[in-house]
Structures are given as C-alpha cells and as structure tokens.
Design a binder for this molecule. Structure first.
Ligand code: DC
Length: 213
C-alpha cells in the first residue's frame, strides 16, 4: 500500500507521516529532505540558488547519500528557502523522480507499505497511490507552530519573519510551473488548523480501514 501525503510547509505532514508510519509499520520518506540536501550542497559550493544554469550543472556532481538526510542544518530556515528555489527547476525535480518512485514501490523489509510526504506525491510521483491525503492549515496557525518549534529548539526568531517566510514559500511552491503544490483531484483534504496530530492520524486511519478493512 502506498500513501501520498502532500501539503504546504509546516502543515504537520511530517508529524502525521511519522505517526502513521509507526502505527502501520510502513517505511516513510520525507521528500522535502531531498531538496533540502541538494540546496544545502549548492550553498556549500557557493552557488546562488537563483542561478538556474549553475544549479543544473552542479546536479552532475551531486551524489545522493541517504545518510546525509539526517544533517541537522537541513532543518534551518535558510535551507528551506533555498530548497524552495532550487526545487522549481525541472532538472532538479527529474534528478529525484526515480528514487522517490522506487522508494514508493519497494517498502524495505519488514515494512508492508510506504508513506511519502511532499508537495507533488499524489499528482506526479505516484499518481496511482492507494490513498492520497492533502494536509493544510491556516498560514497563521502554521507560522505559530513553526515559531513554537524553533523556540523549543532554542532558536530565537521573530514571528513576523516566520510568517512572511512561510507566505513566500507557499507562493513559490504553488506558482511554479513544474509539479506545483496542489491537491490531486482524488485526495482527501484535511484542514489541521484546529486538529491535534492524533485527530489527524485517526482521520487518516479511517480512510486506510476503508481500503483494507
Ligand atoms: O517539506 P519541506 O518544507 O521540507 O520542503 C522544502 C522545500 O522543498 C519546499 O519549499 C518545496 C520543496 N519540495 C518540493 O518541491 N517537492 C516535494 N515533494 C517536497 C519538497
């Protein structure tokens, strides 16, 4: 079974995917990390993420090493913004396409299925997914969650900066021509603004049970 979970930044899709993965015994891939890692390496090479030709030519040197997906700096805001820029380029999206499809179709033993979270999982990566969820939440609620998370990690930041960063990322992720953020026509849309993670997991589990009673 393949579950696609798409949605905007800080909508809670990462938390939901992790909780569902534990509950169902499924492999989970946070696909945003692929773009974040590539953006991180781009910045490390002093390449301007806005310079598409330079970013594209760096793709030839870039090797995806899965253990790098745990690099703590990938969680930083500067990397998130750079990831949102480089992920607009067709060559960059193409680079990670096969890897994501293979992950979706081949759960690692003893897992019985896969969960991928991102922006285009249900629309482009696995349009044949058994279950598609589109998780959303009011942008102010998302900014509050993000701000709280950063405070808890001891990272000082202004709420207004978080809010404007989120709005900029939403705009870029939704307006790009390649695989923009949007719900697949057959996705279940869940607005998590007033829901707890457990409420959302329960909702998704009710859809799972309809497929596999
Ligand atoms: O989910 P995230 O915040 O870690 O994603 C970081 C950026 O990567 C996001 O702004 C857009 C891009 N992204 C994408 O284009 N497609 C995906 N499937 C996942 C992320």
């Amino acid at each position: 079974m393949i579950i696609a979970i798409d949605g905007p930044s800080s909508s809670g899709k990462g938390t939901i995917s992790r909780l569902l993965g534990q509950k169902l015994g499924f492999s989970v891939l946070d696909t945003g990390l692929l773009y974040r890692l590539f953006a991180y390496r781009t910045l490390e090479q002093k390449i301007d993420p806005n310079n598409e030709p330079d970013v594209s030519s760096f793709l030839n040197d870039f090797q995806l090493n899965l253990s790098d997906l745990t690099i703590p700096a990938l969680k930083e805001n500067t990397i998130a913004q750079a990831a949102s820029i480089v992920s607009q380029y067709p060559d960059v999206r193409e680079k990670f396409l096969e890897f994501q499809r293979n992950f979706a179709k081949n759960p690692s033993f003893p897992h019985k299925g896969t969960i991928l979270d991102g922006r285009d999982i249900g629309t482009v990566i696995v349009p044949t997914a058994d279950l598609k969820i589109f998780i959303t939440a009011d942008v102010t609620v998302r900014a509050q969650r993000r701000w709280k998370e950063l405070q808890e990690r001891g990272i000082m930041c202004m709420f207004d900066d978080i809010l404007s960063d989120l709005k900029a990322r939403d705009e870029r992720d939704m307006q790009r021509s390649q695989a923009p953020l949007k719900a697949a026509p057959d996705a279940h849309i869940i607005d998590t603004s007033t829901l707890s993670p457990q409420d959302v997991v329960d909702k998704v589990m009710s859809f799972v049970k309809k497929i596999h009673p």
